[in-house]
Design a protein around this ligand. Structure first.
Ligand SMILES: [Fe+2]
Length: 471
């Protein structure tokens, strides 16, 4: 059981524009939505502020003076690449002019562009996606959200959560219920409220094993757990092993999300169990446990992704005839371990997307499959097959992957499965898509398909066709 009394700080947003009227509107709206928003009128001031304080995002007016918008953009990209730069153009023409003016690499430093006139709420929605903890916090306090009467809550609507996994002292972001009898629930705590650890213990002593929440809130629940986990990871009082087991819980809830979104339920259960078995295998090896514990300390998102790729690789592999049980195990385990080479990367590189990295950082990043494979080669329990897959998990059939740029059949067949699972998982996470929508988007990106093995794509399609989805 976890205690977290420290509130998450509001995300800092810097608004850089000389347009006083518009800035007032933005400041007012962002502050009312829980953001810590500051305003500067000149480019120099903007650079100084970003240097002095840690901002999540900068809303940048291209018409900024002393220094110009484009100079500020260059500064942010080079010196503070982790800061999200959101360009807000005064009109479409300025936006088009900017495209001409900026090099491709400079444009890559822009996270998002907006063109005025626009509702500030559009910006709020985008910022909420960047800094979701605030939106969850807000949702816990929003009186306009519908209150569901207990009498309308039934078994089919609910997902249970083990009371031992409940985070006491932390305000919850949606209602939690007790199940009194079939289809009969009573609310224990509502949005924005919390239970003390003593209250939770009392429920446990009274024989309560689970709290329940509405299944449609599951995605919020996963995001909420991720936020709490991040706080746990910074606390020396919380055992690393405890954080790791909480991550498994979060990842499994993430996988459960699929049950209601397209894939065949029995396949979901089977592949979830395979990923869980990989986790057990890791736990049983002292060396692997240590490696995975270090990896899990990097970020919950990285761990979630590993679990998700392992799951998707299982889904694809189950539809490839020549893959037997032991190969299937090797694939799901390798997917789980694929990014362990990240533990040797400098922290600032882990925070960046590859397109945000400079040449030196990119070279380090591209070496993570090799360093991961080297780490595993020292663990006797890990097979040569798994090591090979980890080494090649970023190789692409087109020959444009790394670290070696292997092409076509030279890429290990099992590694081709992982690279496809990685592409799909990346889309799901980045665009918050369910597997079916992620796959449709993936298939629409014709220029990307050439990177992946056609037989592996076919196996992925089969998983959806078998589930009766209209693909
Ligand atoms: Fe990787």
């Amino acid at each position: 059981m976890q205690s977290n009394t420290k509130a998450t700080a509001a995300p800092k947003i810097l608004l850089a524009t000389a347009d006083t009227r518009w800035s007032q509107d933005v400041l007012q709206t962002l502050s009312s939505k829980g953001f810590d928003c500051h305003h500067v009128r000149e480019g120099k001031e903007c650079q100084l502020k970003v240097y002095q304080q840690k901002y999540s995002a900068v809303l940048l007016d291209p018409d900024l003076q002393n220094h110009s918008g484009i100079e500020v953009l260059k500064f942010l990209k080079l010196k503070h690449p982790a800061v999200q730069v959101i360009m807000v153009f005064p009109d479409q023409k300025r936006s088009d002019d900017y495209k001409e003016l900026c090099s491709n690499s400079l444009r890559a430093g822009i996270s998002k562009t907006f063109v005025r006139p626009l509702s500030v709420n559009n910006i709020v929605d985008y910022l909420n996606d960047l800094t979701p903890s605030e939106s969850w916090k807000k949702s816990s306090q929003d009186p306009s959200l519908p209150v569901i009467p207990d009498s309308e809550v039934s078994d089919k609507d609910c997902t249970r959560v083990d009371i031992a996994q409940f985070f006491s002292e932390t305000p919850v972001i949606f209602d939690h219920y007790l199940r009194i009898s079939p289809d009969h629930f009573v609310k224990v705590i509502g949005r924005g409220e919390s239970l003390t650890s003593t209250q939770v213990k009392k429920y446990a002593n009274d024989g309560v094993k689970y709290f329940y929440f509405l299944t449609r809130e599951r995605r919020n629940y996963i995001n909420f757990l991720n936020e709490v986990l991040k706080t746990s990871m910074t606390k020396s009082t919380v055992a690393k092993s405890q954080v790791l087991s909480q991550m498994v819980e979060v990842s499994e809830k993430f996988i459960e999300e699929f049950n209601v979104r397209g894939l065949r339920p029995d396949l979901v259960i089977e592949c979830k169990n395979m990923s869980r078995n990989s986790f057990k295998f890791i736990q049983e090896s002292q060396s692997l446990r240590k490696i995975m514990t270090d990896f899990s300390q990097l970020s919950p998102e990285l761990y979630n992704k590993a679990f998700l790729v392992s799951f998707l690789a299982g889904i694809i592999s189950r539809n490839i005839q020549w893959i037997g049980p032991s190969t299937l195990e090797a694939i799901t385990l390798a997917a789980y371990l694929q990014d362990i080479g990240f533990v040797n990367l400098p922290p600032h590189v882990i925070e960046l997307q590859p397109h945000e990295m400079n040449a030196a950082d990119l070279a380090l990043y591209k070496d993570h499959p090799r360093t991961g494979a080297d780490m595993l080669s020292l663990v006797p329990e890990v097979s040569a097959q798994v090591i090979q897959i980890v080494h090649q998990h970023h190789e692409l059939s087109s020959g444009e992957g790394f670290p070696h740029g292997l092409k076509g059949n030279r890429v290990y067949p099992m590694a081709r499965i992982i690279s496809l699972a990685n592409a799909l998982a990346g889309l799901m996470i980045r665009k918050k898509l369910c597997p079916l929508l992620a796959m449709k988007e993936f298939l629409n990106e014709k220029s990307q398909l050439r990177h992946y093995d056609p037989m592996t794509i076919h196996a992925l399609l089969k998983a959806f066709k078998e589930s009766g989805s209209d693909t």
